[in-house]
Write a protein that binds this ligand. Sequence first.
Ligand code: PMP
Length: 281
Amino acid sequence: MSKIFGVYQGSFLPLEEIRVSPLSRAYTFSDSVYEVIPYFYGRPFCLIEHLERLSKSLEATKIYVDLNRVEDEINQLSHYIKNHENAYIYYQVTRGVDSIRSHQANHDELVPELFGYAVEIKTNTSPIQAKLCEDIRWMRCDVKSTSLLGNILMMNDAQESDCSEIIFYKDDFLCEGGASNVFLSVNGAILTPSLQSNILSGITRNFLIKSLTSKDIIVQETDCNISLLEEASTIWFTSSTRGILPIENLVNSNYHRDPKDPVFNQCKEIYEESFKNYFAT
Ligand code: PMP
């Protein structure tokens, strides 16, 4: 594998040469937020939307950084992946490095840590197996924080059943995946949990909704009762790194489908067309 390049506090280096302090608040408290921006042949997909979401996460966590600098570093990182068909840039902002671990931050002393890297990925769009899991996370999943223990515990557990994703539910209502958003086609209608369901406002989710709306296909952003899984002809995930990904098996439910449902196929085609048009301009 060729060298992966990253940036840490303004220095661009091979990832393996970057050194961080164990007193980084990312290390001790997950006191940090992040973004993952997909790139196709060196061109970003929805960069502005990702920067806007990062800005919201920073605002919510009261971490103050110069977003022009963030954008400039992301642009510089993109040179390392300009020849790759599929790649992404990971970019993280941490509140800073404490002089000694302390829950309450010493704001006068802290300097935010800016870290990112750019890497090629291989994508797989074949249908996947997923697991239904109770949502045990905090109430601010709209913030793209690196505090992902709830996601990690459930996703690791699902891995033992050969699942590469999960669907979180809370009080009988669907939320989102462990690292993606969820859509369902039910009796010809397209549904997705609303942003009031304690989920991340996924950039791919929003792009798909806009693409479908432009073709007069309505997506209902609503409360999705878990019983809908029984009726759904296809359930699929959306995310920046995996695009649209149908589920063929939800291991701990009765959902087993061959995702050839025409509604799903139409959504996927419209998404792919919009995606192509995005880069054609
Ligand atoms: N929900 C969660 C919890 C995620 O981690 C992700 C991936 N970042 C998503 C949804 C999908 O968001 P996006 O389409 O912006 O990648």
